[in-house]
Design a protein around this ligand. Structure first.
Ligand code: KG4
Ligand code: ZN
Length: 343
């Protein structure tokens, strides 16, 4: 089965063609980062308007690069949520119209299921069951995954998501949007041990997270440096490193606990923050210590992209799922509501 995937949930327009037999045929992405950077974050109305501009050229590009005639697909998958409703509606309307015109089924895909399954596009995909750590700009969740749609939430963030904490902390320190890659870049030049920030909620049982206190602790340290005229470039790198280390260690402690509690050996990380190199290294070491294995997608498929939506959509369309003739767009959508696929 060949499926076209369309992602427009936030500030990236992603389009891809996935073939269940041949794998990924082509994918293309337009990132709106430069458009939103001047505002320090995503402006929803600007995001929607830009998706309108980018979608058709990206669709043409993907079909051309795949060497597939436009419309030669068996289904169209699009991100139906969670995300910015206006942005979702652009992708949804486009996907629905194309599917109607081509006489094929359309399916609204859950954005976080897309992230969760993105490592399946790699050469050595994880086998079920596994524990997944989903770390994006909007979500931080630990999920037990027994198959597609067989999800049990083990823990989640009670306030800011991990990516959101990176973005907000970076903003408070005067760094550009998005803050995650920026903090990671500065942290490389950081002096280990100069600052130490709390590892929130690691000293009590459970698998939930909280990152807003860490953000405040980081801001306080930064303000103190500013007040004593010591907030120079090196201090910024040192604070960035201490913040990153606190997030990485907190996530590592919780993932270890989740593996121990479930008795599972495979850990999958997905979503924008899973591109972070220190996080990957720390989790790799931890999983190795438990005689387990860590799986993740290539960096371009950690952040938003069309390939993950084409892949997830293909699995569900192959299982016979399809939507009625409407456009789905949901700001919120618990992943546990998704119907299971019985393999
Ligand atoms: O998955 P994603 O592209 O979008 C959402 O679904 O939210 O994740 C974007 C998030 C942003 O918060 C961004 O700062 C963060 O992922 N991010 C990173 C890195 N690359 C992206 N955070 C830490 N280190 C990185 N290397
Ligand atoms: Zn995402």
């Amino acid at each position: 089965m060949r499926v076209l995937g369309i992602e427009t949930s936030c500030d990236e327009t992603g389009v891809a063609l996935y073939d269940s037999e041949k794998g990924l045929l082509a994918d293309a992405l337009f990132s709106q980062i430069d458009l939103h950077r001047v505002y320090g974050g995503v402006v929803p109305e600007l995001a929607s308007r830009d998706h309108v501009k980018r979608l058709v050229p990206l669709l043409r590009e993907v079909f051309a690069r795949a060497g597939v005639a436009e419309g030669e697909v068996d289904g169209v998958a699009y991100t139906a949520g969670p995300g910015l409703v206006g942005a979702l509606l652009v992708g949804g309307a486009c996907a629905r119209a194309l599917a109607f015109g081509w006489g094929v089924p359309a399916l609204g895909v859950h954005h976080m299921e897309g992230h969760l399954l993105a490592p399946m596009l790699e050469e050595q995909p994880p086998a079920f069951p596994f524990v997944a750590l989903l770390v994006s700009g909007g979500h931080t969740q630990l999920v037990r995954v027994d198959g597609i749609g067989h999800y049990r939430l083990l823990g989640e963030s009670l306030d800011d998501a991990a990516g959101e904490a990176f973005d907000k902390t970076a903003k408070l320190m005067g760094l550009p949007y998005p803050g995650g890659p920026e903090i990671a870049r500065l942290a490389q030049q950081g002096t280990p041990g100069r600052f130490t920030f709390p590892r929130p909620m690691t000293d009590r049982p459970g698998l939930d997270f909280s990152f807003s206190g860490l953000k405040t602790a980081t801001l306080n340290a930064w303000r103190e440096l500013q007040a004593s005229a010591a907030a120079d470039d090196q201090a910024r790198c040192d604070v960035a490193l201490a913040f990153e280390q606190a997030v990485v260690e907190t996530l590592t402690i919780k993932c270890r606990r989740a593996l121990k509690e479930t008795g599972l050996k495979r850990l999958v990380i997905a979503g924008g923050v899973s591109a972070n190199r220190h996080l990957r290294a720390s989790l790799e070491k931890m999983a190795h210590g438990l005689k387990g294995e860590l799986f993740y997608a290539r960096p371009a498929f950690c952040t938003d992209n069309g390939a993950m939506i084409a892949y997830a959509g293909c699995q569900r369309l192959m299982a016979g799922q399809q939507d009625a003739a409407g456009i789905e767009a949901r700001a919120r959508w618990p992943m546990e509501e998704l119907p299971p696929i019985f393999a």
